[in-house]
Ligand binder design. Structure first.
Ligand code: SF4
Length: 276
């Protein structure tokens, strides 16, 4: 028998449930391991966090939220907005002039996300930097230029993909966003993912990977495999900012992108991208 929640934990859970309901997330249930095709050409695992609420759904299923070990808490159906731009606009309106976490204090522009609402491929980074904060668009600085190169190496254009971050406001001094900041902001990202419904999500760096998957592991262990994520397939690669600091890892990142290309049916270019 699970231990009953005390008042503080019950209130915290109720606040969180209400918060997710405001975002249109209505199903809450325990995550089950994903069924993945046995014939898959790459190793596959599913994310199964030991604790902490986590989101999961089978292919085509509505997004769900689950306290570990719990039964579904809410059963009302998720409202369906078939018009993707309208759905994203609604999420943006819900965010508003957000002050839900302390990151709003240093914000110039909130960085919502950008790209093709029907994209098969979505990149998720950590949070805005100085350039992104100034322009209100993700990945527009040096790391963004490298991401653009990575995208074109895959045979795509930036306009073909969707790009967003775990947190939408710039952490001061480009520090790593803290857990409570990620927890507060990431439901908006999850709603964006739910609307775009990409076939493949590429988590850029450990912060994106750990927040999406709720797995705390090294990049070495997180990379090189597929995760089932609400009907999308997710893989982890290095953040472009890290690749700028350590260009030797570009080869490894390219291996990750080739995994994505295979699933997306993209033809590899004649030769691998430049190393610098
Ligand atoms: Fe709101 Fe997210 Fe910005 Fe925090 S980071 S203030 S939750 S939009």
């Amino acid at each position: 028998m699970p231990k009953p929640l005390d008042d503080a934990a019950r209130k915290q859970l109720a606040d969180r449930v209400n918060y997710y309901r405001e975002l249109g997330i209505h199903y809450f249930y325990r995550r089950e391991p994903a069924d993945l095709p046995a014939s898959s050409p790459v190793p596959e695992i599913s994310a199964a966090p030991p604790s902490s609420p986590h989101l999961d759904a089978g292919p085509g299923a509505p997004m769900t939220l689950a306290p570990a070990g719990g039964e579904p808490l809410l059963h009302s159906p998720l409202p369906v907005i078939p018009d993707k731009p309208a759905a994203l606009k609604l999420i943006r309106e819900e965010i508003g002039d957000c002050t839900r976490c302390r990151l709003h204090k240093g914000r110039t522009k909130l960085v919502f996300g950008v790209g093709n609402v029907n994209a098969d491929l979505m990149f998720v980074g950590e949070g805005p930097g100085a350039d992104e904060d100034a322009q209100g668009e993700p990945f527009v600085g040096r790391a963004g230029q490298l991401l653009n190169s990575m995208i074109s190496a895959m045979g795509l254009k930036r306009e073909d993909v969707y790009i967003a971050n775990v947190v939408k406001c710039r952490p001061p001094g480009n520090r790593t966003p803290e857990k409570d900041e990620c927890d507060t902001c990431s439901p908006f990202l999850l709603r964006q993912i739910e609307v775009v419904k990409p076939k493949v999500i590429v988590a850029l760096g450990a912060v994106a990977a750990k927040n999406l998957l709720a797995i705390h592991d090294s990049m070495a262990n997180l990379r090189g495999r597929w995760y089932d994520f609400h009907g999308s397939r997710l893989l982890v690669t290095y953040h472009p900012a890290y690749l700028l600091r350590d260009p030797r890892q570009k080869k490894e990142a390219w291996k990750d992108l080739q995994m994505a290309m295979k699933v997306l049916g993209l033809k590899p270019p004649a030769k691998a991208p430049q190393e610098s």
